[in-house]
Design a protein around this ligand. Structure first.
Ligand SMILES: NC(=O)c1ccc[n+]([C@@H]2O[C@H](COP(=O)([O-])OP(=O)(O)OC[C@H]3O[C@@H](n4cnc5c(N)ncnc54)[C@H](O)[C@@H]3O)[C@@H](O)[C@H]2O)c1
Length: 319
């Protein structure tokens, strides 16, 4: 049994990871400012500390006692929003990560797991390896590169770190009210309201969609792995899905015929990537992890979940 801090633990991915830790008997402190989440979405059984990662007072006052590891998922998590307020994005994702690392080191925490993103690569042609150069196309991607650099710096000082460059994570618990983050949840939110999906950008763009349960399994595997220090992993499926294919899967889950999902084309968002797909050889071989949930299973299950939590207007009722 361990004692862990999960930043962003009231959010989509951090919430799922925190739930899994609580379920296996670990003690979890969630640090979250609830900017894109709420007390309702914080996992039951965890202690919630409502505080801002980018505020130095958080570290002087907010986190008490000894911890075995930090699982850092708290972030401004939308590429689109990063272009509205780049400095805030950098404050949270880069400076916040640095402050958290400094606190972790000073508090004697030995393990630090960090949520980075495929956004650090920018647009890629084929499956991308961890050794590829980082060429972010958004302020969000730039802030994640800076966060990664800070993590690597502390790894050099002895902190045992693991960074996950996560691809498009989807699944139950994703925020259906936020139309600026999460391609699957955004499209799903339109369909739930009975409206055509507003597709910002080309239909031949492609992504690598990985299910949140698979993501949580990878994080727990890294947390428990002995000697898994100073590691960097792509966390995706290695499978390429175009926007048109995703729409088709979603449309069919709503009962529309194949290739007939209602949609409206709109201009792309700043910094959006054309293509993104992971090479997952490293995480497969080093962590023994592999994705289990296919899109063909994950999408209909997510649609069922979304229907169960949405009211008649398509707004989220509970998660
Ligand atoms: N969802 C994806 O597809 C995806 C892909 C790659 C990387 N990531 C990264 O994974 C992490 C989790 O993403 P998510 O999809 O769960 O997003 P999310 O927005 O649901 O969760 C982020 C959480 O961080 C909290 N937060 C934001 N700013 C904060 C601050 N200043 N102080 C404390 N808490 C703060 C939010 O309230 C929220 O609960 C993020 O770091 C994100 O950048 C997500």
């Amino acid at each position: 049994m361990g004692r862990y801090v999960v930043t962003g633990g009231a959010g989509f991915i951090g919430g799922r990871i925190a739930e899994r830790l609580v379920a296996r008997g670990d003690e979890v402190v969630v640090l979250d400012d609830l900017s894109t989440s709420s007390e309702r979405t914080a996992p039951e059984g965890a202690t919630l500390v409502v505080a801002d990662l980018s505020d130095e007072r958080t570290y002087a006052e907010g986190l008490k006692g000894a911890f075995d590891a930090v699982l850092h998922l708290g972030a401004q998590s939308s590429g689109e929003i990063s272009h509205l307020n780049p400095a805030r994005d950098f404050d949270v994702n880069a400076r916040g990560t640095l402050l958290l690392l400094r606190w972790a080191e000073a508090s004697g925490v030995s393990r630090f797991l960090h949520a980075s993103s495929m956004a650090v690569y920018g647009s890629v042609e084929g499956p991308v390896l961890e050794t590829a150069p980082t060429k972010p196309g958004s302020y969000y991607g730039v802030s994640k590169v800076a966060g990664e650099a800070a993590v690597r710096f502390f790894a050099g000082r002895g902190l045992q770190t693991t960074t996950f460059r996560m691809f498009n994570v989807y699944g139950p618990g994703q925020n259906l009210a936020n139309l600026r983050q999460g391609m699957v949840s955004i499209y799903l939110a339109y369909l739930l309201r009975g409206e055509p999906v507003v597709v910002k950008g080309a239909l031949d763009r492609y992504r690598d969609f990985v299910h949140v349960d698979d993501v949580a399994t990878a994080w727990l595997a890294a947390l428990d792995a002995k000697g898994a220090a100073d590691r960097l992993y792509n966390l995706g499926t290695g499978r390429k899905t175009t926007v048109a294919e995703l729409l088709d899967q979603l449309g069919q889950a709503f009962g529309y015929p194949a290739a007939a999902c209602p949609m409206t084309a709109a201009d792309g968002t700043p910094g959006d990537m054309h293509g993104s797909v992971a090479d997952i050889t490293r995480i497969r071989t080093q962590l023994g992890w592999r994705p289990e949930v296919t899109l063909e299973r994950g999408i209909p299950e997510m649609v069922d979940w979304a229907r169960s939590v949405a009211d008649a207007t398509g707004r989220e009722r509970k998660v």
